[in-house]
Design a binder for this molecule. Structure first.
Ligand code: GRF
Length: 203
């Protein structure tokens, strides 16, 4: 089995990145993490990645004149490392259309709600304000529109009375750390593909 070469793009603490790195240590896991990229030079996740012996590149988007120019730089880094699949993991950048289009068959994201419900930010606040009884997380293919690509996998958690955004986030995050490695495995094995704008599963 030839392992797929994966880059993880982060902006912060990188706990999902960590879950992917841990999962990819298994000899039979179909993906290897070859690069962690961050648009935030001080992102805590970078430290963990370096200690795990993974190549990192950090470059602030603020040093680039346009979103397009920054994404071209990111794309060039992905090319340098022969990246085949991209995992967004708490990557707090809106992608340029060109970048999103170029990678759309091969780029996935994790979002801490049951999409299409509650896209965007302040997700757990939105869930609690709506009085939802259930929440969860979603891994989806990335398309140019934010948080709206074809869904690959979801996990649910109950919303409990007395939940705060923090307690709900922690319950969802525990599921994220299981779901993301499982979803990346499906994509890396070619068991789910983006076809005509839909996630199509094979046996
Ligand atoms: C996660 O909740 C993820 O779903 C969202 O951003 C958060 C990132 O957390 N996209 P971490 O950096 O992976 O710990």
């Amino acid at each position: 089995m030839k392992k797929k070469r994966v880059a993880i793009l982060i902006s912060g603490r990188g706990s999902n990145m960590r879950a992917l790195i841990e999962a990819a240590k298994a000899p039979d896991y179909p993906a290897q993490i070859v690069l962690v990229f961050s648009n935030v030079e001080t992102a805590a996740g970078l430290q963990f990645a370096r200690q795990a012996g993974i190549e990192t590149v950090a470059a602030s988007h603020k040093k680039f004149a346009t979103r397009e120019a920054f994404d071209e730089f990111v794309d060039a880094q992905l090319a340098l490392f022969d990246v085949e699949l991209v995992c967004l993991a708490g990557y707090m950048r809106i992608l340029s259309n060109a970048f999103a289009r170029k990678w759309q068959d091969s780029m996935i994201n994790i979002h801490p709600s049951l999409l299409p419900a509650f896209p965007g930010t302040k997700v757990h606040e939105q869930v609690l304000a709506a009085g939802a009884a259930t929440s969860g997380c979603t891994v989806h293919f990335v398309v140019p529109e934010l948080d709206s690509g074809p869904i690959i996998a979801q996990a649910t958690v109950p919303v409990l009375s007395g939940d705060t955004p923090e307690t709900l986030a922690a319950r969802v995050l525990a599921e994220e750390h299981k779901l993301y490695p499982a979803a990346l495995k499906l994509v890396a094995e070619g068991k789910v593909k983006l076809e005509n704008g839909r996630a199509v599963f094979s046996q």
